[in-house]
Every structure is written in structure tokens, then in C-alpha cells.
Design a protein around this ligand. Structure first.
Ligand code: HEM
Length: 160
């Protein structure tokens, strides 16, 4: 498994398999959230709930498994650097918006399953859910920009 993750990627960029998989999975999660949005618009709230829960859980796995360590190694510790300044700021903007999407999105999911304290149980679903959706989608777009910077435009791409 580790060998596969570190082998060359399948998208024809400088990325390895792990990074290409992260990109494809992130886009898949965004499509899952968009399907869930559409289900809410159709009034199918029960399926909506499980579709959005699936998206949020996959997102948690992606962040912990494939995003935190590269952030620590190549941004915080600057392994193999220095690189162009865009490399650091695009990744940090992505991570910052992503942090809020992660916290807020998981809060919305936990509230949906009645797993937060009574006083945090909002009842006006729409504004909370639209905000969570907007944060997730913005983070995904910033993630695509991050991928592009790391593995297409930067002159010495990170190797891991
Ligand atoms: C898992 C727990 C969830 C439950 C129980 C749930 C339930 C609901 C309900 C009942 C509504 C209708 C609100 C209304 O019409 O006033 C709604 C709408 C919505 N939900 Fe969720 N939801 C959950 C998770 C999420 C997540 C994580 C997202 C974002 C990624 C999300 C995105 C949306 C959006 C965008 C709408 C608004 C649709 C519109 O504009 O009419 N939901 N949800």
C-alpha cells in the first residue's frame, strides 16, 4: 500500500499516486455534497442527511490521512524548500478555509444527528447548511489550485 501511494501518479503531473488520489477524492466529496444539496432542494431530507454524512466522513479521512503531514513537512518545516511564495500562501489559504469548513461542516453533521448539546441545536437549517456547503466547495476549489501549484507550476515539486 505504501509503495503504491509513493509510486508515480496517474494524472501526468509531478504528483505521486497519493496526491493524485487526494485530488480525485476531494472532487468526489464535493460532488457528493452537491448531490446532497440537490436532494435537499427536492425535499428528500432523509437521504440528504446520509449523503452529507458520507461526504463529511470521507473529508475527515482525507484531511487526517493525506493532508496534515504534507502541510507539516512542506509548509511548516519547508522540507526541500525554499519554493516560490505562491506555494506557501495558496496552501495556507486552502488550509485556513479548510479548517473552518472542517469544524463547521462536522458541527452541522453532528447537529443533524442530535449529537451536540441542546443549546447548540440550531433549528433554522438553511443558513447553516448553505454556509457549510459554500465552505466545503470553496475549500475544494482552493485545493485544486494548491494541487496545480505543487505539482504543475512550482519549479521544485515536493517529493513524498
Ligand atoms: C447530516 C446531517 C444533516 C441533516 C439532518 C440535514 C438536514 C437538512 C434539512 C432538514 C434541510 C432543509 C432545511 C429547510 O428547508 O429549512 C437541509 C437543507 C440543506 N442542507 Fe442539510 N442536513 C445535514 C447535513 C448537511 C451538510 C453537511 C451540508 C453541507 C455540505 C448540507 C447542505 C444543505 C444545504 C445547502 C441545504 C439548503 C438547500 C436549500 O437551499 O433549500 N446539509 N438539510
Amino acid at each position: 500500500m505504501t509503495d503504491l501511494l509513493h509510486s508515480p501518479g496517474f494524472l501526468g503531473t509531478n504528483a505521486n499516486f497519493a496526491a493524485d488520489m487526494t485530488l480525485v477524492m476531494s472532487i468526489l466529496v464535493a460532488l457528493i455534497f452537491t448531490t446532497g444539496y440537490w436532494l435537499a432542494l427536492k425535499g428528500k431530507y432523509d437521504i440528504h442527511k446520509w449523503v452529507q454524512t458520507t461526504g463529511a466522513v470521507l473529508n475527515v479521512i482525507l484531511v487526517f490521512w493525506l493532508m496534515l503531514l504534507p502541510y507539516r513537512d512542506f509548509i511548516v518545516r519547508d522540507s526541500g524548500g525554499p519554493r516560490d511564495s505562491v506555494f506557501y500562501y495558496v496552501t495556507t489559504i486552502h488550509a485556513t478555509v479548510g479548517f473552518f469548513a472542517f469544524v463547521f461542516g462536522n458541527f452541522v453533521v453532528l447537529r443533524g444527528h442530535k449529537l451536540v448539546p441542546e443549546k447548540l441545536r440550531f433549528n433554522k437549517y438553511k443558513p447553516y447548511m448553505r454556509t457549510a456547503y459554500a465552505l466545503y466547495i470553496t475549500t475544494t476549489l482552493l485545493g485544486v489550485w494548491t494541487y496545480w501549484t505543487w505539482f504543475v507550476t512550482v519549479s521544485n515539486p515536493p517529493v513524498f
